[in-house]
Design a protein around this ligand. Structure first.
Ligand SMILES: NC(=O)C1=CN([C@@H]2O[C@H](COP(=O)(O)OP(=O)(O)OC[C@H]3O[C@@H](n4cnc5c(N)ncnc54)[C@H](O)[C@@H]3O)[C@@H](O)[C@H]2O)C=CC1
Ligand SMILES: O=C(O)C(=O)COP(=O)(O)O
Length: 595
């Protein structure tokens, strides 16, 4: 397989949609197959069924180049200003959703999509308007366009900084009102002043660079920023306290997270230099707006320039917006013609790629697996899912699966093998057959945790050539009984082991018995006393039923002792045939497993 599809590998064929890297192949929701109402509704549904393209809902203004790119692959529905209810109604007909900062993609949106929504594209950086936990729980990938508007946001930060310092917007409003107030609007200089950049990421560091060009002394507070990045810009990293104590200007550039929410509150304002000036192009929520108002009224904060607000648009009577010492813009940080063109293209590419099943370089809620790793692991992806399914079917009814150990044997070094994808597929094999959730790379760990499944991983480092990423993979389920006692290894766990042979997944061990059967179709596992004629007896029972045997192997402890026979079959044998196999005198136990 040259191109590997994340979704193809990750979605089971009986789930609602199935994506291929080459073409879009929808399968249909049950309500589309069985429309309750007739006439016009039926026609609409049938048209939808015949339409092979996915549907992308663009819920906020997106640059034209992005829309055109989306149209080459999908039906594009540009519906702006939807109410939350309208969004929830529409979403069940959409495979992807593209938003900016003005749309709240809540848990209700994911629930309303009933599993159809596969990708949310955030045409910008901040993803605080997307409920990431809900997206992950629903297996929905979230992608953003993290770099395209960096310069626009930084330039807007500088625009607000300079406009605020020189009272540009107030003076402009005054002149438009027919006044000429030269004394009232005397500003402050920037040169030689200390600017504290809070959040030294992409935007923060560009603001710092520009502020240095204006002759400012720039410090930054960011607990996660590498020191060399700060050194490269000539900025000193300081702690929160020091930033508050020394700054003449403070500029916000951190994301809105539980840790940064209301980071600037009464307590913080009680420690700043009196007369500090504040710029916020990050998110309204990083400042306690009531506290800022108090600080402005008491003169602790001399001025503020705000592009973002806790509630957007802010209510008409918002006192901060109307405050004389506050300069405001309606969330314009990313809004330049240039930035929006690139943002639109970036997000359209990311969404189309994700719908095709390609890896998203800007995935926000999924581990990144580089394409070469993905393609190398492709045959093992199939093997791991099948081993998970087999191990699960070997568990006796009533035994809950809680403890699963996966062992990867490879000649590669420990850090040279990325097993996240394989772990996700084992989880899929263990969970999907017994639940209604679909499991993919996005939600596998979450789903396992939620169901109380503890999956531990172990590595065996083998000698030999590291060319092949893996020699074998073993899946063990502990603390359960098996419906096929021979599947329990000497150490007491249900054990199945497999390898990839000629690009195809093979089962190579069950319990303590070596076997060898290609993992396709169905599988009969049968333990018997090793003696002549057994293979023939089983073969003829299956032959009478027209069940095609595609593979057969016998693993035995010693001649004429116990043996485990594995028989790969293309069709599922009838109950009667299975009963007849069980009645062969030498057969001690057997089980039929579906792959
Ligand atoms: N007004 C607008 O139109 C725009 C606003 N933004 C906002 O700016 C934010 C930053 O964007 P980028 O620089 O591209 O993101 P980024 O991820 O490159 O930078 C964010 C930085 O904040 C730091 N940070 C995290 N927690 C922190 C904390 N508790 N204290 C201090 N620093 C902390 C991170 O370590 C990181 O270095 C976005 O999250 C978004 O909310 C971004 C673009 C446009
Ligand atoms: O990219 C961001 O984080 C922004 O805040 C830009 O928001 P917007 O896309 O202009 O609604």
């Amino acid at each position: 397989m040259s191109t590997v599809s994340l979704w193809n590998l990750a979605l089971s064929p009986n789930k609602r949609i199935c994506l291929s890297p080459l073409s879009w192949r929808p399968s249909f929701p049950s309500h589309a197959m069985f429309p309750r109402r007739q006439n016009t509704k039926t026609v609409v549904v049938l048209v939808r069924m015949l339409d092979s393209k996915p549907t992308v809902l663009v819920a906020e203004k997106l640059g034209d180049a992005g829309i055109q790119l989306l149209k080459t692959f999908a039906n594009v529905d540009c519906s702006y200003n939807l109410s939350p209810e309208e969004l929830c109604t529409k979403i069940s007909l959409c495979d992807a959703l593209i938003v900016r900062s003005g749309t709240k993609v809540t848990r209700e949106v994911f629930e309303s999509s009933m599993g159809r929504l596969k990708v949310v594209g955030r045409a910008g950086v901040g993803i605080d308007n997307v409920d990431l936990s809900a997206a992950t729980e629903h297996g929905c990938l979230v992608v953003n366009a993290p770099t395209a508007n960096t310069i626009a946001a930084a330039e807007h930060g500088i625009a607000l900084l300079t406009a605020m310092a020189r009272n540009v917007s107030q003076a402009d409003a005054s002149m438009k009102a027919g006044k000429w107030q030269r004394n009232k609007y005397v500003g402050v200089s920037l040169v030689g002043k200390t600017l504290a950049v809070m959040g030294f990421g992409k935007v923060g560091s560009e603001v710092a660079r520009r502020a240095k060009g204006l002759g400012m002394n720039v410090i930054a507070h960011d607990p996660y920023a590498p020191a060399d990045r700060a050194r490269a810009v000539g900025v000193e990293l300081v702690n929160f306290e020091e930033a508050l104590l020394t700054a003449d200007f403070i500029s916000m550039h951190m994301p809105l997270t539980p840790a940064t929410s209301k980071m600037f509150n009464d307590e913080a304002f009680s420690r700043v230099k009196r007369g500090v000036r504040i710029v916020n192009v990050a998110r309204g929520g990083v400042i306690d707006e009531e506290a800022l108002l108090r600080a402005l009224d008491s003169g602790i904060v001399a001025q503020a320039a705000l592009d973002v607000f806790t509630e957007e648009p802010p209510p008409k009577e918002n006192k901060l917006v109307r405050h004389e010492n506050v300069t405001v813009t309606p969330h314009l940080g990313a809004s330049t013609t240039e930035a929006q063109e690139v943002v639109a293209l970036e997000i359209a590419e990311a969404v189309v790629g994700a719908l095709k099943g390609e890896l998203a370089a800007t995935a926000v809620n999924a581990p990144m697996v580089p394409p070469q790793v993905m393609s190398e692991l492709a045959p093992f992806v199939s093997l791991t899912e099948k081993l998970g399914r087999l191990a699960l079917q070997l568990v006796a009814g009533g035994s809950g699966v809680k403890f699963v150990k996966v062992t990867y044997a490879s000649a590669r070094g420990r850090d040279d093998l990325d097993t996240r994808l394989l772990r996700a597929m084992i989880t899929k094999g263990l969970i999907e057959p017994i639940s209604s959730v679909f499991v993919n790379l996005v939600n596998a760990d979450f789903t396992a945790k939620q169901r109380g499944l503890r999956l531990t991983e172990e590595r065996i480092v083998l000698d030999g050539s590291p060319e092949n990423p893996l020699e074998f993979i073993q899946v063990q389920i502990a603390n359960v009984e098996s419906k096929f006692a021979s599947a329990i290894s000497e150490s007491g766990e249900i054990t199945v082991e497999g390898r990839v042979k000629d690009g195809k997944p093979h089962l190579t061990k069950v319990g303590s018995f070596d076997v060898d059967v290609s993992l396709e179709g169905g599988l009969i596992l049968c333990r018997q006393i090793d003696q002549p004629g057994i293979i023939g007896s089983v073969g003829s029972i299956l032959g009478e039923e027209n069940v095609n045997v595609n593979f057969m192997s016998v693993g035995r402890i010693a001649p004429r002792k116990q043996a485990v026979m594995t028989i790969g079959v293309d069709e599922e044998p009838s109950r009667d045939a299975l009963k007849k196999i069980g009645e062969i005198p030498a057969v001690e136990e057997f089980v039929f497993l579906k792959l």
